[in-house]
Design a protein around this ligand. Structure first.
Ligand code: GLN
Length: 233
């Protein structure tokens, strides 16, 4: 009699940058939670796979995928043409845009006012792209951070003039830190961004399974429920 199991249980290793509340962050117990995490687990349940979460710097997620350290990125990652050169994406599961964060009393009115000012961004993000398009990618006024939290905390202590980052994350920060003396500035030049899960190029099996699961979770109201739970939408 063979003792080799006939089926091995499936596992999806999911990479995320866990300081991006409400999409992914660590609770007081140290567990990584959030909209993206719960959605990834719901998808795992649909597919019949266990989901293991790994915390990885945002600008290292695509490399981690291509090195096969992870199977999927679930990290509020915007679907962009540039990224599509190195990874495949699921269908979009969330819409967002950029926002500018300023100190209260600041006189800047739009993105273009930030040219030549000290602007904080998170490495490897679409916020970085927006600011580099405005200022050139070598302008030393662009201050680069591993996480949006580090950038916002630096803005609070007067180390920066502004931060450009994803609006839902900024809104969440302002709500949870009412003492921050920071304000949000919308700019109509920011385009709509869509978040998607990323896969290794050619991993169409997982991509298809995830897209089918997303369809189901859309139809049964789960995605809506998670948006209400984590974003109040
Ligand atoms: N949505 C932005 C991007 O894809 C930021 C994502 C993030 O920092 N987790 O670049």
């Amino acid at each position: 009699k063979s003792t080799t199991p006939i089926t091995t249980s499936k596992k999806i290793v999911v990479g995320t940058e866990a300081s991006f509340r409400p999409f992914e962050w660590r609770n007081e117990q140290g567990d990584i939670i959030g909209f993206d995490i719960e959605l990834a687990k719901e998808i795992g349940a649909q597919i019949g796979a266990d989901v293991e979460i790994q915390n990885i710097p945002f600008d290292g997620l695509i490399a981690a995928l291509n090195n096969k350290n992870i199977d999927m990125v679930s990290s509020a990652m915007t679907i962009t043409e540039k990224r599509k050169e190195s990874v495949d994406f699921s269908k979009p599961y969330f819409e967002a845009t950029q926002a500018i964060v300023l100190k209260k009393g600041s006189s800047f009115k739009s993105l273009s006012d930030l040219k030549g000012k000290n602007v904080g961004i998170q490495n490897g993000t679409t916020g970085q792209d927006v600011v580099e398009t405005l200022m050139g990618n070598r302008d030393p006024h662009i201050k680069r951070f591993e996480s949006v939290l580090d950038a916002l905390n630096t803005l609070r202590i007067d180390g920066l003039d502004a931060v450009v980052a994803d609006k839902p994350v900024v809104q969440n920060y302002l709500l949870s830190n009412p003492e921050s003396q920071l304000v949000l500035l919308d700019d109509t030049s920011f385009v709509k961004e869509e978040y998607g899960f990323a896969f290794r190029k050619g991993d169409t099996e997982l991509q298809t399974q995830v897209n089918e699961a997303l369809d189901k979770l859309e139809k049964n109201g789960k995605i809506k429920e998670l948006a209400t739970k984590y974003l109040g939408e």
